[in-house]
Design a protein around this ligand. Structure first.
Ligand code: ADP
Length: 151
């Protein structure tokens, strides 16, 4: 079974994430969306809310699972018997950052990172922009799936 993990904060899940996940679905038998928990990070949405937004969006997609984890991504990959890490690339800054992490992960394991290039119509979307819009009372329709706008 070809399994991938899609790690991230998903604070909240955006249409950028959804685009990468949907395009990766034909490549894998299962995609585990893994919400990383970092005790030092302040989140806008609780872990329960972030899980709910993702689960609601994929309620009819049996190939999508949701997990939470702390520690190294390669350790959760080994624990869940996953061989691939899925990541999205938006810009050169993403590339530089992701390159170092993917190479470090390869040094420590045999897990491959698979990159999908962002779609033109979602490349500007990030969770941090969404949080900024929300903090200032703006409308995030067109940035996030319905499971998030509902709230
Ligand atoms: P992290 O805190 O690890 O950056 P995020 O939840 O922000 O977690 O992102 C998880 C993954 O989704 C990353 O690979 C990121 O590059 C990708 N991603 C986020 N937004 C987009 C987008 N608009 N287009 C493509 N990939 C994206």
């Amino acid at each position: 079974m070809r399994r991938a993990i899609f790690p991230g904060s998903f604070d909240p899940i955006t249409l950028g994430h959804v685009d990468i996940i949907n395009r990766a679905l034909p490549l894998f038998d299962e995609i585990i969306i893994a919400i990383g928990i970092n005790a030092d990070k302040k989140y806008m949405f609780t872990l329960e809310e972030r899980i709910k937004f993702i689960k609601e969006n994929y309620v009819n997609e049996p190939k999508i699972k949701v997990e939470t984890y702390t520690g190294l991504t390669i350790d959760i990959c080994k624990k869940l018997d996953v061989d691939f890490i899925l990541r999205g690339l938006r810009n050169p800054a993403d590339f530089e950052f992701e390159k170092a992490i993917a190479q470090a992960n390869r040094k420590m394991s045999t897990i491959e990172t698979v990159f999908l290039l962002t779609s033109a119509d979602t490349s500007f979307i990030s969770s941090s922009i969404v949080r900024d819009i929300l903090r200032n009372g703006g409308n995030v329709e067109g940035f996030v799936p319905k499971s998030v706008t509902k709230k």
